[in-house]
Write a protein that binds this ligand. Sequence first.
Ligand code: C2E
Ligand code: MG
Ligand code: MG
Ligand code: MG
Length: 276
Amino acid sequence: QAKAQGRNRYSFFEPAIGARLKEEMELFSALRTAVKQGAFTLHYQPVIALQPGLPTYAEALLRWPQGGQHASPGVFIPFAENHGLIDAIGDFVLDNACDFVARQRDNGQPQTISINLSAKQLAQGNLPARLAARLADSGISPACIELELTESTLIQDLAAIGGTLQQLRDEGFRIAIDDFGAGYSSLNYLLELPVDKVKIDQRFIGGLGDNPRNQAVVAAILELARAIGVQTVAEGVETAAQLAFLRAHGCHYVQGYYFARPMPEADYLAFQLPAA
Ligand code: C2E
Ligand code: MG
Ligand code: MG
Ligand code: MG
């Protein structure tokens, strides 16, 4: 009986595992080729200031046009992190984001940009040197760059990452915690990491129009951030009601489809903010 079950289990799982491995190997090889060819592009989504004196800026979001069903960074970034490709992809993002800032500067349009960094990239050690070299090349000030720390896996060595972030912040980069509230230990990050900004995860924003629980949680996050002198960004703002709530509760920035989707560079440059 047990043996028969075992054999059944085997014959049931084996093809599934084989198919998954094959799919992963194909994805790996496609992604590695894309990395070699630089077959990615950046889209830009405005992050809109709600308070006077704060600059509206852009978040750079990576796209893989030939990636088919894997084209979303929510899919291929975690895969790249787990298969040794994230540093090369991170270099592409950094290069292209700096080129964008430099082009805009040369056009007389000073531009601040925020870039997503996975904790794996930060843990890797020579990131500050790579950043410094790239910025020196194009004569860009760290003040133009914000680094969004994304937590896709539990951060193993918080002290090491904190040290690196502190160094980057001392050099003039701004540091944001992405997807705040959704991760493993968001509150702990506020204690342990040098942070300028938190980006409140979009799952909290969705219910703001009508759900009192969402409203209470977001109000509390905004209050907490204010108490410790950290700026706030609400991600995934899609409705006027969400915007009204965030504005009334002193959120510093909003970002979402209500204003604009992530766009290719030309569209981003042509984008006109609707009157606030
Ligand atoms: P994220 O950094 O939290 O970016 C926000 C995501 O929400 C983006 O998805 C954006 O397109 C989407 N979004 C923006 N406004 C709205 C809205 O109003 N409604 C909804 N439903 N979605 C909205 P995207 O571009 O697919 O990126 C997914 C994630 O992939 C990012 O989340 C980030 O964690 C990661 N990622 C993207 N680009 C990079 C990168 O260059 N490097 C690294 N390490 N990770 C990246
Ligand atoms: Mg982000
Ligand atoms: Mg986010
Ligand atoms: Mg994210």
